[in-house]
Design a protein. Sequence first.
Length: 420
Amino acid sequence: MTLLAFGINHKTAPVEIRERVAFQPEQVGEALRDLLAHAPVSEAAIISTCNRTELICQAESPDANAIIEWFRQYHKLGAEEVAPYIYAHPDSQAVRHILRVASGLDSLVLGEPQILGQIKDAYHTASDAGTIGRLLNRLFQYTFSVAKQVRSDTAIGANPVSVAFAAVSLSRQIFSDLGRHTALLIGAGETIELVARHLREQGIKRMIIANRTVERARQLSRQIGGEAIVLADVPQALADADIVISSTASPLPILGKGMVERALRQRKHRPMFMVDIAVPRDIEPEAGELNDVYLYTVDDLHAVIEENRRSRAAAAAEAEEIIDNQVEQFMGWLRSLDAVQTIRHYREQAEHIRDDTLADARRQLAAGKDPEEVLNELARLLTSRLIHSPTAQLNRAAFEGRKDVLAIARELLDLKDTND
Protein backbone atom coordinates (compact mmCIF):
# COMPACT_ATOMS: atom_id res chain seq x y z
CA MET A 1 0.00 0.00 0.00
CA THR A 2 1.46 3.34 -1.11
CA LEU A 3 0.13 6.86 -0.86
CA LEU A 4 0.81 8.91 -3.99
CA ALA A 5 0.31 12.57 -4.87
CA PHE A 6 1.13 13.64 -8.41
CA GLY A 7 0.16 16.29 -10.92
CA ILE A 8 1.20 19.72 -12.20
CA ASN A 9 0.87 23.21 -10.77
CA HIS A 10 1.71 26.85 -11.44
CA LYS A 11 5.33 26.23 -10.45
CA THR A 12 5.94 23.38 -12.90
CA ALA A 13 3.73 24.25 -15.88
CA PRO A 14 2.53 27.36 -17.75
CA VAL A 15 -1.16 28.10 -18.10
CA GLU A 16 -1.14 26.67 -21.66
CA ILE A 17 -0.42 23.22 -20.19
CA ARG A 18 -2.54 23.57 -17.04
CA GLU A 19 -5.67 24.33 -19.03
CA ARG A 20 -5.19 21.18 -21.13
CA VAL A 21 -5.15 18.89 -18.10
CA ALA A 22 -7.84 20.62 -16.05
CA PHE A 23 -10.89 18.54 -15.09
CA GLN A 24 -14.25 20.24 -15.44
CA PRO A 25 -16.33 19.91 -12.24
CA GLU A 26 -18.96 17.76 -13.93
CA GLN A 27 -16.41 15.21 -15.20
CA VAL A 28 -14.43 14.59 -12.00
CA GLY A 29 -16.64 11.78 -10.66
CA GLU A 30 -16.55 9.90 -13.96
CA ALA A 31 -12.79 10.42 -14.23
CA LEU A 32 -12.21 9.00 -10.75
CA ARG A 33 -14.22 5.86 -11.50
CA ASP A 34 -12.35 5.46 -14.79
CA LEU A 35 -9.02 5.79 -12.96
CA LEU A 36 -9.89 3.03 -10.49
CA ALA A 37 -11.05 0.81 -13.36
CA HIS A 38 -7.89 1.20 -15.46
CA ALA A 39 -4.98 1.82 -13.06
CA PRO A 40 -3.59 -0.01 -9.99
CA VAL A 41 -5.39 2.36 -7.61
CA SER A 42 -7.90 1.53 -4.86
CA GLU A 43 -8.70 5.07 -3.63
CA ALA A 44 -8.39 8.45 -5.35
CA ALA A 45 -9.37 12.12 -5.33
CA ILE A 46 -8.79 14.86 -7.91
CA ILE A 47 -7.96 18.47 -7.02
CA SER A 48 -8.39 20.67 -10.10
CA THR A 49 -8.11 24.46 -9.80
CA CYS A 50 -6.77 27.28 -11.94
CA ASN A 51 -3.30 26.75 -10.47
CA ARG A 52 -3.08 22.95 -10.15
CA THR A 53 -4.39 19.58 -11.25
CA GLU A 54 -3.42 16.86 -8.78
CA LEU A 55 -4.41 13.29 -7.99
CA ILE A 56 -4.17 11.86 -4.47
CA CYS A 57 -4.22 8.05 -4.61
CA GLN A 58 -3.78 4.87 -2.65
CA ALA A 59 -1.79 2.76 -5.09
CA GLU A 60 -0.40 -0.75 -5.17
CA SER A 61 3.19 0.48 -5.47
CA PRO A 62 5.22 3.71 -5.38
CA ASP A 63 5.69 3.48 -9.17
CA ALA A 64 3.43 6.21 -10.55
CA ASN A 65 3.99 5.39 -14.23
CA ALA A 66 0.71 3.50 -14.72
CA ILE A 67 -1.29 6.34 -13.14
CA ILE A 68 0.55 8.97 -15.15
CA GLU A 69 -0.17 6.95 -18.29
CA TRP A 70 -3.89 6.97 -17.45
CA PHE A 71 -3.70 10.72 -16.81
CA ARG A 72 -1.99 11.32 -20.15
CA GLN A 73 -4.40 9.17 -22.13
CA TYR A 74 -7.46 10.61 -20.40
CA HIS A 75 -6.46 14.09 -21.60
CA LYS A 76 -5.28 12.78 -25.00
CA LEU A 77 -1.74 14.10 -24.58
CA GLY A 78 1.52 12.71 -25.84
CA ALA A 79 4.08 11.61 -23.27
CA GLU A 80 6.47 14.35 -24.30
CA GLU A 81 3.75 17.00 -23.86
CA VAL A 82 3.14 16.34 -20.18
CA ALA A 83 6.19 14.50 -18.80
CA PRO A 84 8.40 17.59 -18.22
CA TYR A 85 5.79 19.19 -15.95
CA ILE A 86 4.67 16.31 -13.72
CA TYR A 87 5.80 15.74 -10.14
CA ALA A 88 5.09 12.63 -8.07
CA HIS A 89 5.35 12.33 -4.28
CA PRO A 90 5.13 8.98 -2.44
CA ASP A 91 4.06 8.32 1.17
CA SER A 92 5.42 10.92 3.64
CA GLN A 93 6.23 13.30 0.77
CA ALA A 94 2.61 12.99 -0.39
CA VAL A 95 1.34 13.75 3.12
CA ARG A 96 3.63 16.77 3.42
CA HIS A 97 2.56 17.97 -0.02
CA ILE A 98 -1.19 17.95 0.63
CA LEU A 99 -0.74 19.53 4.08
CA ARG A 100 1.31 22.32 2.51
CA VAL A 101 -1.23 22.80 -0.28
CA ALA A 102 -4.18 22.95 2.13
CA SER A 103 -2.32 25.42 4.36
CA GLY A 104 -1.66 27.78 1.45
CA LEU A 105 2.11 27.20 1.45
CA ASP A 106 2.16 25.92 -2.14
CA SER A 107 -0.19 28.54 -3.57
CA LEU A 108 0.57 31.28 -6.06
CA VAL A 109 -0.46 33.67 -3.29
CA LEU A 110 1.23 32.43 -0.12
CA GLY A 111 -1.34 31.65 2.55
CA GLU A 112 -4.43 32.18 0.39
CA PRO A 113 -7.47 30.53 2.01
CA GLN A 114 -9.47 29.47 -1.07
CA ILE A 115 -7.50 26.29 -1.70
CA LEU A 116 -8.74 24.66 1.52
CA GLY A 117 -12.34 25.02 0.35
CA GLN A 118 -11.37 23.59 -3.03
CA ILE A 119 -9.75 20.57 -1.36
CA LYS A 120 -12.90 20.03 0.71
CA ASP A 121 -14.93 20.11 -2.51
CA ALA A 122 -12.54 17.56 -4.05
CA TYR A 123 -12.98 15.29 -1.02
CA HIS A 124 -16.80 15.47 -1.19
CA THR A 125 -16.78 14.82 -4.94
CA ALA A 126 -14.58 11.74 -4.48
CA SER A 127 -16.79 10.53 -1.61
CA ASP A 128 -19.87 10.86 -3.81
CA ALA A 129 -18.05 8.96 -6.58
CA GLY A 130 -17.24 6.13 -4.14
CA THR A 131 -13.46 6.47 -4.50
CA ILE A 132 -12.64 7.46 -0.92
CA GLY A 133 -11.77 4.68 1.51
CA ARG A 134 -10.23 4.40 4.95
CA LEU A 135 -6.80 5.81 4.06
CA LEU A 136 -7.85 8.89 2.09
CA ASN A 137 -10.74 9.62 4.44
CA ARG A 138 -8.25 9.75 7.31
CA LEU A 139 -5.77 11.79 5.24
CA PHE A 140 -8.32 14.43 4.22
CA GLN A 141 -9.79 14.78 7.71
CA TYR A 142 -6.25 15.13 9.06
CA THR A 143 -5.47 17.69 6.34
CA PHE A 144 -8.46 19.84 7.27
CA SER A 145 -7.44 19.76 10.94
CA VAL A 146 -3.80 20.69 10.25
CA ALA A 147 -4.78 23.53 7.90
CA LYS A 148 -7.02 24.91 10.62
CA GLN A 149 -4.15 24.68 13.14
CA VAL A 150 -1.82 26.54 10.76
CA ARG A 151 -4.41 29.31 10.36
CA SER A 152 -4.94 29.54 14.12
CA ASP A 153 -1.31 29.32 15.27
CA THR A 154 0.44 31.46 12.65
CA ALA A 155 -0.14 34.75 10.83
CA ILE A 156 -0.10 33.04 7.42
CA GLY A 157 -3.58 34.38 6.61
CA ALA A 158 -3.43 37.69 8.48
CA ASN A 159 -3.78 39.93 5.40
CA PRO A 160 -6.64 39.71 2.89
CA VAL A 161 -4.45 38.71 -0.03
CA SER A 162 -5.50 36.26 -2.75
CA VAL A 163 -5.42 35.99 -6.53
CA ALA A 164 -8.59 38.12 -6.41
CA PHE A 165 -6.88 40.74 -4.26
CA ALA A 166 -3.83 40.70 -6.55
CA ALA A 167 -6.08 41.34 -9.57
CA VAL A 168 -7.73 44.32 -7.87
CA SER A 169 -4.35 45.66 -6.72
CA LEU A 170 -3.12 45.54 -10.30
CA SER A 171 -6.24 47.35 -11.52
CA ARG A 172 -5.47 50.15 -9.06
CA GLN A 173 -2.03 50.49 -10.65
CA ILE A 174 -3.69 50.93 -14.07
CA PHE A 175 -6.56 53.16 -12.87
CA SER A 176 -5.52 55.13 -9.80
CA ASP A 177 -9.09 56.27 -9.03
CA LEU A 178 -11.47 53.30 -9.27
CA GLY A 179 -14.35 55.58 -8.28
CA ARG A 180 -14.50 56.78 -11.89
CA HIS A 181 -14.59 53.37 -13.57
CA THR A 182 -16.86 50.40 -14.38
CA ALA A 183 -15.93 46.75 -13.80
CA LEU A 184 -17.41 43.76 -15.63
CA LEU A 185 -17.03 40.57 -13.63
CA ILE A 186 -17.67 37.32 -15.51
CA GLY A 187 -18.65 34.37 -13.32
CA ALA A 188 -20.22 34.30 -9.88
CA GLY A 189 -18.09 31.81 -7.96
CA GLU A 190 -15.95 32.35 -4.88
CA THR A 191 -13.10 34.07 -6.73
CA ILE A 192 -15.37 36.59 -8.44
CA GLU A 193 -17.17 37.20 -5.15
CA LEU A 194 -13.81 38.06 -3.56
CA VAL A 195 -12.95 40.32 -6.50
CA ALA A 196 -16.30 42.11 -6.13
CA ARG A 197 -15.83 42.67 -2.41
CA HIS A 198 -12.30 44.03 -2.91
CA LEU A 199 -13.49 46.34 -5.70
CA ARG A 200 -16.31 47.64 -3.51
CA GLU A 201 -13.81 48.32 -0.70
CA GLN A 202 -11.70 50.28 -3.21
CA GLY A 203 -14.71 52.42 -4.15
CA ILE A 204 -15.41 51.16 -7.68
CA LYS A 205 -18.06 53.31 -9.40
CA ARG A 206 -20.07 50.50 -11.02
CA MET A 207 -19.99 46.69 -11.16
CA ILE A 208 -21.71 44.40 -13.67
CA ILE A 209 -21.91 40.68 -12.80
CA ALA A 210 -22.34 38.31 -15.77
CA ASN A 211 -23.08 34.64 -15.20
CA ARG A 212 -24.54 31.67 -17.05
CA THR A 213 -27.44 31.58 -14.57
CA VAL A 214 -28.70 35.08 -13.95
CA GLU A 215 -30.16 34.20 -10.54
CA ARG A 216 -26.69 33.51 -9.12
CA ALA A 217 -25.48 36.80 -10.61
CA ARG A 218 -28.42 38.58 -8.96
CA GLN A 219 -27.63 37.02 -5.58
CA LEU A 220 -24.06 38.31 -5.76
CA SER A 221 -25.05 41.71 -7.15
CA ARG A 222 -27.48 42.23 -4.27
CA GLN A 223 -24.66 41.56 -1.80
CA ILE A 224 -22.16 43.95 -3.38
CA GLY A 225 -24.43 46.53 -4.99
CA GLY A 226 -23.90 45.60 -8.62
CA GLU A 227 -25.95 44.81 -11.72
CA ALA A 228 -26.72 41.29 -12.96
CA ILE A 229 -26.75 40.09 -16.58
CA VAL A 230 -26.54 36.73 -18.38
CA LEU A 231 -23.49 35.74 -20.42
CA ALA A 232 -25.38 36.40 -23.65
CA ASP A 233 -25.47 40.11 -22.74
CA VAL A 234 -21.70 40.39 -22.25
CA PRO A 235 -21.00 41.79 -25.77
CA GLN A 236 -23.25 44.77 -25.06
CA ALA A 237 -21.87 45.35 -21.54
CA LEU A 238 -18.24 45.02 -22.65
CA ALA A 239 -18.17 48.48 -24.20
CA ASP A 240 -18.89 50.05 -20.79
CA ALA A 241 -16.20 48.09 -18.98
CA ASP A 242 -12.89 49.68 -18.07
CA ILE A 243 -11.98 46.62 -16.01
CA VAL A 244 -12.86 43.03 -17.01
CA ILE A 245 -12.08 40.18 -14.62
CA SER A 246 -13.23 36.69 -15.57
CA SER A 247 -13.25 33.41 -13.67
CA THR A 248 -15.64 30.72 -14.91
CA ALA A 249 -15.50 26.96 -15.41
CA SER A 250 -16.22 27.25 -19.14
CA PRO A 251 -14.17 24.79 -21.25
CA LEU A 252 -14.09 27.35 -24.11
CA PRO A 253 -13.23 31.08 -24.22
CA ILE A 254 -16.12 33.44 -23.48
CA LEU A 255 -14.48 36.60 -24.87
CA GLY A 256 -12.97 36.38 -28.34
CA LYS A 257 -10.65 38.83 -30.02
CA GLY A 258 -13.42 40.01 -32.37
CA MET A 259 -15.83 40.74 -29.53
CA VAL A 260 -13.21 42.79 -27.69
CA GLU A 261 -12.26 44.62 -30.89
CA ARG A 262 -15.88 45.69 -31.47
CA ALA A 263 -16.15 46.91 -27.87
CA LEU A 264 -12.99 49.00 -28.28
CA ARG A 265 -14.44 50.75 -31.33
CA GLN A 266 -17.53 51.65 -29.30
CA ARG A 267 -15.29 52.89 -26.48
CA LYS A 268 -13.40 55.09 -28.95
CA HIS A 269 -10.30 53.15 -27.93
CA ARG A 270 -10.33 54.09 -24.27
CA PRO A 271 -8.03 51.52 -22.56
CA MET A 272 -9.44 48.28 -21.18
CA PHE A 273 -7.77 46.32 -18.36
CA MET A 274 -8.52 42.59 -18.45
CA VAL A 275 -7.57 39.80 -16.01
CA ASP A 276 -8.29 36.18 -16.94
CA ILE A 277 -8.14 34.10 -13.75
CA ALA A 278 -9.80 31.04 -15.32
CA VAL A 279 -8.13 27.78 -16.37
CA PRO A 280 -9.01 26.94 -19.14
CA ARG A 281 -8.85 30.59 -20.13
CA ASP A 282 -12.02 32.66 -20.58
CA ILE A 283 -10.40 35.31 -22.81
CA GLU A 284 -8.69 34.47 -26.09
CA PRO A 285 -4.97 35.28 -25.74
CA GLU A 286 -5.12 37.08 -29.11
CA ALA A 287 -7.25 39.78 -27.46
CA GLY A 288 -4.10 40.94 -25.70
CA GLU A 289 -2.56 41.83 -29.07
CA LEU A 290 -5.07 44.66 -29.55
CA ASN A 291 -4.01 48.24 -28.92
CA ASP A 292 -5.56 49.70 -25.75
CA VAL A 293 -6.04 46.24 -24.18
CA TYR A 294 -3.98 45.23 -21.14
CA LEU A 295 -4.59 41.50 -20.71
CA TYR A 296 -3.19 39.56 -17.75
CA THR A 297 -3.53 35.90 -16.75
CA VAL A 298 -2.96 34.34 -13.34
CA ASP A 299 0.67 33.80 -14.31
CA ASP A 300 1.11 37.57 -14.76
CA LEU A 301 0.16 38.40 -11.18
CA HIS A 302 3.56 37.36 -9.81
CA ALA A 303 4.82 40.87 -8.97
CA VAL A 304 1.87 41.66 -6.71
CA ILE A 305 1.97 38.19 -5.24
CA GLU A 306 5.72 38.23 -4.57
CA GLU A 307 5.32 41.26 -2.33
CA ASN A 308 2.78 39.30 -0.32
CA ARG A 309 5.07 36.29 -0.21
CA ARG A 310 7.86 38.28 1.43
CA SER A 311 5.52 39.67 4.08
CA ARG A 312 4.42 36.17 5.05
CA ALA A 313 7.81 34.45 5.03
CA ALA A 314 8.14 34.29 8.83
CA ALA A 315 4.64 32.88 9.24
CA ALA A 316 5.39 30.32 6.52
CA ALA A 317 8.45 29.10 8.44
CA GLU A 318 6.29 28.55 11.52
CA ALA A 319 3.72 26.71 9.41
CA GLU A 320 6.43 24.43 7.97
CA GLU A 321 7.44 23.40 11.50
CA ILE A 322 3.83 22.51 12.33
CA ILE A 323 3.54 20.49 9.14
CA ASP A 324 6.83 18.61 9.73
CA ASN A 325 5.51 17.44 13.09
CA GLN A 326 2.08 16.53 11.73
CA VAL A 327 3.54 14.53 8.84
CA GLU A 328 5.35 12.32 11.35
CA GLN A 329 2.15 11.92 13.37
CA PHE A 330 0.20 10.79 10.30
CA MET A 331 2.94 8.45 9.13
CA GLY A 332 3.00 6.93 12.62
CA TRP A 333 -0.71 6.18 12.29
CA LEU A 334 -0.12 4.77 8.81
CA ARG A 335 2.68 2.50 10.02
CA SER A 336 0.49 1.31 12.88
CA LEU A 337 -1.88 -0.21 10.31
CA ASP A 338 0.80 -2.82 9.60
CA ALA A 339 0.37 -4.13 13.17
CA VAL A 340 -3.43 -4.37 13.07
CA GLN A 341 -3.55 -7.92 11.64
CA THR A 342 -0.88 -9.18 14.05
CA ILE A 343 -2.64 -7.64 17.03
CA ARG A 344 -5.95 -9.13 15.91
CA HIS A 345 -4.45 -12.64 15.63
CA TYR A 346 -2.71 -12.31 19.00
CA ARG A 347 -5.96 -11.22 20.66
CA GLU A 348 -7.90 -14.08 19.02
CA GLN A 349 -5.30 -16.56 20.26
CA ALA A 350 -5.52 -15.20 23.82
CA GLU A 351 -9.33 -15.28 23.75
CA HIS A 352 -9.27 -18.90 22.52
CA ILE A 353 -6.98 -19.88 25.43
CA ARG A 354 -9.23 -17.99 27.85
CA ASP A 355 -12.38 -19.74 26.59
CA ASP A 356 -10.80 -23.20 26.77
CA THR A 357 -9.49 -22.60 30.29
CA LEU A 358 -12.83 -21.20 31.44
CA ALA A 359 -14.65 -24.22 29.96
CA ASP A 360 -12.34 -26.54 31.96
CA ALA A 361 -13.12 -24.62 35.13
CA ARG A 362 -16.87 -24.79 34.56
CA ARG A 363 -16.69 -28.57 34.05
CA GLN A 364 -14.84 -28.92 37.36
CA LEU A 365 -17.45 -26.78 39.14
CA ALA A 366 -20.25 -28.87 37.60
CA ALA A 367 -18.52 -32.00 38.93
CA GLY A 368 -18.69 -30.57 42.45
CA LYS A 369 -15.06 -29.60 42.93
CA ASP A 370 -14.29 -26.98 45.60
CA PRO A 371 -14.73 -23.47 44.00
CA GLU A 372 -11.60 -22.11 45.72
CA GLU A 373 -9.48 -24.87 44.21
CA VAL A 374 -11.10 -24.36 40.81
CA LEU A 375 -10.31 -20.62 40.88
CA ASN A 376 -6.69 -21.23 41.85
CA GLU A 377 -6.33 -23.82 39.11
CA LEU A 378 -8.02 -21.47 36.59
CA ALA A 379 -5.53 -18.69 37.38
CA ARG A 380 -2.54 -21.04 37.21
CA LEU A 381 -3.59 -22.67 33.93
CA LEU A 382 -4.54 -19.39 32.26
CA THR A 383 -1.18 -17.84 33.13
CA SER A 384 0.72 -20.94 32.02
CA ARG A 385 -1.10 -21.25 28.70
CA LEU A 386 -0.82 -17.53 27.87
CA ILE A 387 2.93 -17.35 28.45
CA HIS A 388 3.83 -20.82 27.13
CA SER A 389 4.45 -19.90 23.47
CA PRO A 390 6.26 -16.57 24.14
CA THR A 391 8.42 -18.27 26.81
CA ALA A 392 9.39 -21.07 24.43
CA GLN A 393 10.35 -18.54 21.73
CA LEU A 394 12.42 -16.49 24.21
CA ASN A 395 14.29 -19.60 25.34
CA ARG A 396 15.05 -20.47 21.73
CA ALA A 397 16.24 -16.91 21.01
CA ALA A 398 18.51 -17.01 24.09
CA PHE A 399 19.92 -20.40 23.02
CA GLU A 400 20.68 -18.99 19.55
CA GLY A 401 22.25 -15.85 20.99
CA ARG A 402 19.65 -13.54 19.46
CA LYS A 403 19.94 -10.69 21.93
CA ASP A 404 17.94 -8.40 19.63
CA VAL A 405 14.85 -10.60 20.11
CA LEU A 406 15.27 -10.50 23.89
CA ALA A 407 15.61 -6.70 23.83
CA ILE A 408 12.48 -6.32 21.70
CA ALA A 409 10.60 -8.71 24.01
CA ARG A 410 11.50 -6.60 27.04
CA GLU A 411 10.18 -3.52 25.21
CA LEU A 412 6.98 -5.23 24.02
CA LEU A 413 6.24 -6.76 27.42
CA ASP A 414 7.21 -3.56 29.27
CA LEU A 415 9.72 -5.41 31.47
CA LYS A 416 12.37 -3.78 33.60
CA ASP A 417 15.97 -4.48 32.69
CA THR A 418 17.07 -7.87 34.06
CA ASN A 419 19.91 -6.17 35.96
CA ASP A 420 17.45 -4.03 38.01
